[in-house]
Design a protein. Structure first.
Length: 109
């Protein structure tokens, strides 16, 4: 199993959700976060310079075999071609537990 973490533009969340749903993975956890990458987050706003840009962070735990399709869905939904489109990280997961049924492993995902 893998955990996919993606930081994307907030305005691309809808497109990413639709792309993920088309792969059969409609479930994800979304956080509103702030940060910056190589562009250092410096943009002008009404109240001065923003040092940390508003973004969305997506998290999901998926089966290994599904990772390529999910990565492609996130990239296709999030891509604008402009600096700040985001980053995706893939981490290994040892196990998962579905609390309701006590199922463990990939079946719990």
């Amino acid at each position: 199993m893998k955990k996919i973490e993606a930081v994307i533009r907030r305005d691309r969340l809808g497109a990413v959700r639709r792309a993920l749903a088309s792969t059969g993975y409609p479930g994800l956890t979304v956080y509103e976060v702030r940060g910056h990458g190589q562009q250092k987050g410096r943009i002008w706003a009404d109240d001065g310079i923003l040092e940390f840009l508003p973004k969305c962070k997506l998290e999901m735990v998926v089966r290994d075999a599904d990772v390529p399709a999910i990565l492609e869905a996130i990239v296709s939904g999030a891509h604008t071609g402009v600096t700040g489109d985001g980053k995706i990280f893939v981490l290994s997961i040892d196990t998962a537990v579905r609390v309701r049924t006590r199922e463990m492993g990939e079946v719990a995902v």
